[in-house]
Design a protein around this ligand. Structure first.
Ligand code: ADP
Length: 257
């Protein structure tokens, strides 16, 4: 992977500018600075290695050299009302690409993509503010491609896998990127439709199952995972038949059964 080969592979797509790094701290940090400096919509930062890749709550995201796909897409949203759907857009785009390989992805709400119940990709959406208005968004995506990208178990709170582990061989990383961006651009045009939420909901992991949701600001909630609200919030059914809505935020979801 390099700047020139990326440009060639993506030449048919309406992306913005590309900044490729052999190694970087965090692609999201670079993209946030670039977005604040006025980067065009669909410009992105991509790196062959992250030395300080981030998950939510400043957890670490591992991107060992040349084994994974790690990139951060800059978005200038047309409508602020669609912000909460952006994590779904990213997750669906990754899932679409995995479906193309004959795999069966699911989405662990809100921000992880699973294969065989293990984490294969993570998403981190961050915002660039201009006063109280949203200036732009950065959608960071990390996908485990080669088996060497999977971190050792002692670093994980949730099991992880790679596309190679699930498929028997790794896809070409640039082609995977092209597939994800193609899906992203197509799905983005449909973001306002009710069908968008339906497609997202259909891929949710643990639907109809008991789950536990931990958030830093409220106590743990347990319930049966029912589906999604129109803004992408999660709907659970509590023990006494009550409906609970879980909003985005730094929320961790785990199956309990
Ligand atoms: P969760 O949604 O599982 O609560 P995050 O979305 O915040 O967690 O993701 C960060 C976590 O993902 C880290 O704490 C680590 O356990 C795990 N992780 C880090 N790198 C990888 C990777 N390459 N593949 C799978 N999991 C990873």
């Amino acid at each position: 992977m390099n700047q020139r080969s990326l440009k060639k592979t993506l030449s048919s797509l309406p992306v913005g500018e590309i900044r490729y790094f052999e190694s970087i701290g965090s692609t999201n940090d670079e993209a946030l600075a670039w977005a604040a400096a006025g980067a065009r919509d669909l410009s992105f930062v991509i790196a062959d290695e992250q030395t300080a890749g981030r998950g939510r709550l400043n957890r670490k995201w591992f991107t060992p050299k040349q084994t994974a796909l790690a990139f951060s897409l800059i978005l200038r949203p047309a409508s602020n009302s669609l912000l909460s759907r952006t994590v779904g857009l990213a997750a669906l785009s990754i899932a679409d690409s995995l479906l193309k390989y004959g795999l069966a992805p699911s989405i662990k709400w809100p921000n992880d993509v699973l294969l065989s119940g293990k984490k294969v990709a993570g998403i981190l959406i961050e915002t660039v503010w201009s006063g109280t208005e949203v200036d732009s968004l950065v959608a960071g995506m990390g996908i485990n491609v080669h088996k060497e990208s999977v971190p050792p178990a002692q670093y994980l709170q949730f099991p992880a896998t790679s596309i190679e582990d699930e498929m028997g061989h790794p896809p070409d990383r640039e082609e995977l990127l092209r597939d994800i961006l193609t899906a992203f651009i197509a799905r983005r045009l449909q973001m306002e439709r009710a069908n968008f939420i339906k497609s997202w909901e259909e891929l949710l992991a643990y639907r109809g199952e008991q789950v536990q949701v931990n958030a830093s600001d409220t106590e743990t909630r347990s319930g049966k995972l029912l589906g999604l609200e129109s803004d992408g919030s999660l709907r659970l059914l509590g023990q006494h038949g009550e409906t609970m809505i879980v909003h985005f935020g730094d929320v961790s979801l785990r199956p309990t059964s």
